[in-house]
Ligand binder design. Structure first.
Ligand SMILES: C[S@@+](CC[C@H](N)C(=O)[O-])C[C@H]1O[C@@H](n2cnc3c(N)ncnc32)[C@H](O)[C@@H]1O
Length: 512
């Protein structure tokens, strides 16, 4: 059997990887070059144990699905796949780990990358472990359970390092990267679950997540990253809904679509939101009655109406059915009241570390004016407010601003104000009016900061710019803009907010 090697042996001496070579291939898979490799490809794939092995040597852009290549995995990609190279083209291999050598079957050939699945692991990583969760390979919620936690932390640090090298041009000692902050117990940290309601294959009601790219529901009753109070309540609600005869899906007469549960870890109290295609649906009141009787830890039950076909969980209308309108929870010294749709960080233990880092970076003395752009429900602003003269939060979602104002009152903060609008519009307007913040904190969505916001920062030149980010690539790109505008990176601190997944959060301090 011949396989394609990423370099060296079998790299195809005398087989130019010249552009245009691919063009010689005819539709339907034939190739006018008549090379042995291609003939082998066109022949029935019966020479491998799984009957799908094409064995020859090829330039990266001549590979086809089913071809086997041998790849050394160099790092973890942003979606948790192993990334290696085949003749200088990136190969994404789900499930493969850094340091492993895998024989992989090509599944996709794109202009800039290949995708492949593991056929055999030739050299195993010492970080490879058996995933804890029985539905790990189907659920899609976690991407790194097959790697031990030390390996995950190292891989995430590398993701940040790689992003800064690629997008900000900072390599090695040029990047003041601190060691990632992980969790002592990297399980059961999620304070909220959004579970789709559907049918089990053999009948009965299921609550779970859809398999990525499919409509098959994976029952995740014993989710290993979910707070146990949420998992236990979800299973009881599933049974009670079944007993109450609640229809599931998006039926015209009303049916349960999604069950949203959020826990306040310090009290164990739970907030339940039943997302349904109509406010009233068969069995709803029986279900609410049963939950009140059997699950006293649920202190708030609402229905949210979502008739839409988009993947958004919530619709516009929410009505309280029973109990308190909000769930009260704490972060550090602060209290927060969360309405059913309010955004709140999912890992409270790590959130405290993240916000403490933002406070460290802001280095407040009590005299500063601070902007918390992309402020959500105002949590960072409220974390900083006791140490600043004034904090202004900016957020596009009206309800989030209402929550932020309410939480400011709840915590007796009179120096934090919140504004509905786009950060890239409001901040320049304030600056025109003479406003000069000493510190700007941003915590944008994955797409990063708007260019207009970065231009304003470059003009206003706050002494400290604190960038909280959930996406190393956009973080590094935005930092490049600020480096070119005269800022310098003091430190970058990755924080593992989502163990077992490939996500990595970080706080970066830029100064001038
Ligand atoms: C990553 S969340 C920040 C959450 C918050 N800092 C926290 O820790 O809970 C990003 C927030 O930015 C808001 N947002 C998105 N685009 C925005 C814009 N152009 N201007 C202001 N806020 C925006 C989103 O609605 C979202 O609440």
């Amino acid at each position: 059997m011949r396989e394609h090697r990423e370099s060296g042996a079998g790299s195809g001496k005398g087989r130019p990887d010249a552009p245009g070579r691919k063009d010689k291939r005819m539709p339907g898979g034939a190739d006018r070059t008549g090379s042995k490799r291609v003939r082998a490809a066109a022949a029935p794939r019966a020479n491998g144990r799984d009957g799908a092995v094409r064995i020859a040597d090829a330039a990266a852009d001549e590979l086809r699905p089913g071809d086997r290549i041998v790849v050394t995995i160099k790092r973890i990609g942003i979606n948790g796949e192993g990334v290696g190279y085949y003749k200088r083209k990136a190969v994404f291999v789900p499930g493969a780990l850094p340091g492993e050598v895998v024989k992989a079957a090509v599944t996709g050939v794109e202009p800039n990358r290949l995708t492949a699945r593991i056929a055999e692991i030739e050299k195993r990583s010492s970080h490879r472990v058996k995933p804890v969760c029985p539905v790990y390979d189907r659920c899609g919620g976690c991407q790194l359970q097959h790697m031990d936690y030390a390996g995950q932390l190292a891989a995430k640090e590398e993701l940040v390092r790689e992003a800064f090298a690629r997008y900000a041009g900072l390599e090695g000692a040029e990047l003041p990267l601190r060691p990632i902050i992980g969790m002592d117990e990297p399980w059961r940290y999620r304070n909220k679950a959004q579970l789709q309601a559907g049918h089990k294959p053999g009948g009965g009601l299921a609550l779970g997540l859809y398999e990525p790219g499919s409509r098959r529901l994976v029952d995740i009753a014993g989710c290993a990253v979910q707070h146990p109070a949420v998992s236990a309540a979800a299973e009881r609600i599933r049974r009670l809904a079944e007993r109450a005869g609640v229809p599931v899906g998006a039926g015209p007469d009303g049916a349960l679509r999604t069950v949203v549960l959020r826990v306040a870890p310090e009290s164990g109290e739970l907030q339940l939101t039943l997302v349904a295609s109509a406010e009233q649906f068969p069995g709803r009141d029986r279900l609410v009655e049963a939950i009140r009787r059997e699950l006293p830890q649920i202190i708030s039950i609402s229905v949210n109406v979502n008739r839409g076909s988009s993947p958004l969980v919530f619709g516009e209308r929410t009505r309280l059915l029973w109990g308190k309108p909000d769930l009260e929870t704490r972060l550090g010294d602060l209290r927060f009241k969360l309405s059913p749709r309010a955004f709140f960080q999912l890992n409270p233990e790590q959130t405290v570390k993240l916000y403490d880092l933002a406070r460290e970076a802001a280095a407040l003395t009590g005299r500063e004016t601070v902007v918390d752009a992309y402020c959500g429900t105002g949590t960072i602003a409220l974390w900083l407010a006791p140490h600043a003269r004034e904090v202004r939060g900016i957020e596009t979602i009206r309800e989030a601003v209402d929550d932020a104002e309410r939480n400011a009152r709840l915590n007796g903060r009179t120096n934090a104000r919140f504004y509905v609008g786009r950060a890239e519009e409001l901040l320049p307007r304030w600056v025109k009016q003479g406003f000069r913040p000493d510190v700007i904190v941003v915590d944008p969505p994955r797409t990063g900061c708007d260019a207009a916001l970065l231009r304003t920062v470059a003009d206003v030149k706050p002494a400290r710019f604190v960038y909280v980010s959930c996406n190393p690539a956009t973080l590094a790109k935005d930092c490049r803009v600020l480096l070119d505008a005269g800022y310098r990176i003091e430190w970058v601190q990755p924080v593992d907010m989502f163990p077992q997944t490939s996500h990595v959060e970080s706080v970066t301090l830029l100064v001038r």
